[in-house]
Design a protein around this ligand. Structure first.
Ligand code: CTP
Ligand code: ZN
Length: 158
């Protein structure tokens, strides 16, 4: 129990899950972007719990996302490194944390971000999937070369 581990903490803010994935140590305010990136909007009946701006010892405030019944793969979660570089991915089985990973920046992200350049081929009428190269400090559109360093979350395709 990370955020709830102090003995004087009487309340478990977000319930434990039985089987699924806990995305922990998400930067405060990014939980909804995390859900958008992994493509979970609740429309398929997924059981999802979200804690926002909860106290944390490692970050001043953190968000936490718990998805019951789905084990997200490393590939699925690596793209989260763009908006939640400190995130920890916990795979839970029968209430126990069976695997714990950090997110790792992928080399490219496809179909996740939309290019802010209105003249880019990916934003025109022709359906071309977006593709960005992941840089140390941002992302670069593979088609038009536009580099985005700030506000990557605003580019997330919905
Ligand atoms: N968790 C959960 N359901 C479970 C088990 C764990 O929701 N059945 C959550 C915990 O609440 C915590 C996260 O998964 O937010 C990681 O759990 P755990 O590894 O037990 O906590 P810590 O050791 O504190 O994790 P870390 O070192 O990564 O902070
Ligand atoms: Zn572009």
């Amino acid at each position: 129990m990370s955020e709830e581990s102090t003995p004087d903490d009487h309340e478990l803010r977000v319930s434990k899950i039985r089987d699924g994935t806990v995305i922990d140590h998400v930067r405060g305010g990014q939980a909804l972007n995390v859900l958008a990136i992994v493509g979970i909007d609740g429309s398929e009946g997924e059981e999802v719990s979200v804690g926002m701006n909860v106290p944390s010892d490692r970050l001043a405030r953190k968000d936490i996302v718990k998805v019951e019944g789905r084990e997200l793969s490393q590939d699925e979660v690596d793209v989260l490194s763009l908006i939640a570089p400190d995130a920890t991915i916990n795979i839970v089985r029968e209430f126990e944390v069976e695997e714990k990973h950090r997110v790792e920046p992928p080399e490219t992200v496809e179909g996740v971000l939309s290019c802010p350049n209105p003249g880019c081929i990916t934003t025109g009428d022709e359906p071309v999937d977006s593709r960005f190269e992941v840089l140390e400090d941002g992302v670069r559109c593979d088609f038009c070369g536009t580099i985005v360093r700030e506000g990557i979350a605003d580019l997330i395709e919905t």
